[in-house]
Write a protein that binds this ligand. Structure first.
Ligand code: ADP
Length: 296
């Protein structure tokens, strides 16, 4: 049985792929196969939960950046992480696809479950995990390759068979970029505008058919028109994917997310709830003060 992403219900994708030096998401050495079952989620978690953090703490050397984070991120929704700078939002995002592994000083404690499977288990291949959990960064980072190759890149490294042309087209369509680039697929991705480059990076993240897309302030380097396109796109993406987005822009979180997590000083998750509730009637006074601009 598949979940609509062409992947078995019960496993982090087993194929290891080849590590290369061009993409930070593939710099890990590949040590293990991850065909291990993750079917536990069917019996342990709410059906709706795709990603679950249980008592996750992260340290950089001896400094604690995240303090006992527990939360359930629902499938096919947009979950926003807001809070002042330095409170651990990006650190948390990087736990979900193990990008913190690449930071020597970082140490993660607790459990981070994807469909009930702890992504920190020894048998999980981080490279395979990162195809299931794609990431888009603040600054658009296309490769110095053609538009086509940028999108096909993830497929090539996993040695996917099949029709790359169709997948590239579909990924660019889902990233709302196809109409603008369909006649220039051989041109460099670096020649696109900033907003187009970011949508190209989203297309690249989509191509391997992930379940989760992590976005770390994806519009903060863009102008208002490009930002608005990215926001519309995020809304569309949630029909197909689970989106987790860090944003420093509270209005953006209010506009685009279904759930909002508020992180405050000390790497603490102070409140996590429906976005309307967080912005209209938060339980925590500290959250209310933050939302209303009294601090932060
Ligand atoms: P946010 O995304 O909310 O701005 P971060 O997750 O970037 O917060 O940072 C949380 C804390 O962890 C900060 O104190 C920051 O200085 C520290 N930190 C983040 N990345 C590193 C790193 N690579 N090495 C050491 N400390 C880090």
């Amino acid at each position: 049985m598949t979940d609509g992403h062409g992947q078995a219900d019960d496993g982090i994708e087993p194929d290891g792929g080849e590590a290369t030096t061009e993409d930070p998401s593939t710099e890990m050495s590949i040590t293990t196969d991850v065909s291990e079952s993750v079917s536990a989620s069917a019996t342990t978690g709410e059906a709706d939960t795709l990603v679950e953090a249980r008592d996750v703490s992260v340290y950089y050397n001896d400094e604690r950046a995240l303090n006992d984070i527990t939360m359930e991120i629902p499938r096919n929704r947009v979950t926003a992480m807001i809070g002042p700078s330095g409170c651990g939002k990006s650190t948390f995002l990087r736990c979900i696809n193990r990008m913190n592994d690449m930071i020597d000083a970082a140490r993660v404690e607790g459990d981070l479950l994807l469909r009930g499977k702890n992504v920190y288990d020894d048998d999980v291949d981080p490279v395979a995990l990162r195809r299931r959990v794609g990431m888009v960064f603040q600054k658009p980072n296309p490769f110095p390759k053609s538009i086509y190759d940028n999108v096909a890149y993830g497929l090539e490294i996993q040695g996917a068979d099949g029709d790359y042309d169709a997948i590239v087209e579909e990924s660019l369509k889902r990233a709302a970029l196809w109409d603008e680039v369909k006649d220039q697929l051989d041109e460099s991705g670096l020649d696109l505008s900033g907003g187009q480059q970011q949508r190209l990076c989203i297309a690249r993240a989509i191509a391997p058919d992930p379940e989760v897309i992590l976005m770390d302030e994806p519009a903060s380097a863009l102008d208002p028109v490009a930002t608005s396109k990215i926001e519309d796109l995020i809304d569309d993406l949630a029909e197909e994917y689970t989106v987790v987005i860090v944003t420093h822009n509270m209005q953006q979180a209010a506009r685009i997310s279904d759930k909002t997590a508020v992180f405050l000083t000390g790497g603490e998750l102070v409140e996590f709830d429906d976005t309307d509730k967080i912005f209209e009637n938060p339980d925590s006074q500290r959250v209310e003060d933050y939302i209303t601009g009294k601090f932060g």
